[in-house]
Design a protein around this ligand. Structure first.
Ligand SMILES: [Zn+2]
Length: 111
């Protein structure tokens, strides 16, 4: 029996980025929702409908739009849907988000 880690971790909802398949906190991802009018970006994460999550990284959107998003939303993207996603993607930067490494001081040189 594996012991549960004793760390005090708040329960953070986690989702998988459909672009790179990384699991991470929901707030790091952007939700795409399937509505009767088509696919929309859902900044609140609360819109009704089947949703998929993608990193705020351009490369993940490129990857997602190629195929996984059809699967995740259980639909075929229309040209219009694709356009909405591409427009969103185009406002993202190419680089990956920066991680907080302010207090990472693992190696200390001793002389
Ligand atoms: Zn990703």
């Amino acid at each position: 029996m594996a012991k549960k880690p004793q760390k005090r971790i708040k329960h953070v909802p986690q989702r998988t980025c459909i672009g790179c398949r990384t699991v991470l906190a929901k707030k790091e991802l952007v939700r795409v929702v399937r509505t009767p009018e088509g696919v929309r970006i859902d900044p609140t994460g609360k819109a009704a409908g089947r949703g998929a999550y993608v990193h705020k990284i351009r490369s993940c959107w490129e990857q997602a739009i190629k195929g996984p998003i059809n699967h995740a939303l259980k639909m075929e993207l229309t040209a219009e849907d694709r356009q909405i996603l591409i427009e969103y993607m185009n406002q993202l930067t190419q680089k990956e988000p920066t991680f907080d490494e302010t207090t990472q001081n693992g190696t200390s040189e001793q002389t």
